[in-house]
Design a protein around this ligand. Structure first.
Ligand SMILES: [Zn+2]
Length: 94
């Protein structure tokens, strides 16, 4: 896989494999790791940006919120958070 870092925001129309590759690149760059594994809650979106894809989570839709050890607070689309969890597990099991 191409491991060169791409920080461009993916289009909302990209498929799962592209989003997974994007998530993996972010994790390999050291981003997002600190908010995984410290608990997550479901909430109702007020329109914040997703920490993974950068696209706004539509108001009223379900969002996942995480709270990192350093006090960071992030919001995700449920699908983006699921991919993040899967990719991080994959990377840390090597
Ligand atoms: Zn997202």
């Amino acid at each position: 896989m191409e491991l060169q870092l791409q920080l461009a925001v993916p289009s909302p129309r990209i498929d799962d494999s592209q989003l997974r590759a994007f998530v993996r690149q972010k994790l390999l760059a050291g981003a997002l790791r600190e908010t995984v594994g410290h608990g997550a809650v479901c909430g109702v979106s007020l329109g914040s940006e997703c920490a993974v894809c950068g696209v706004a989570i539509r108001p009223g839709k379900t969002e996942i919120q995480t709270f990192g050890a350093t006090g960071s607070h992030r919001r995700y689309h449920p699908k983006c958070h699921r991919l993040l969890t899967v990719e991080l597990e994959d990377l840390t099991q090597r």
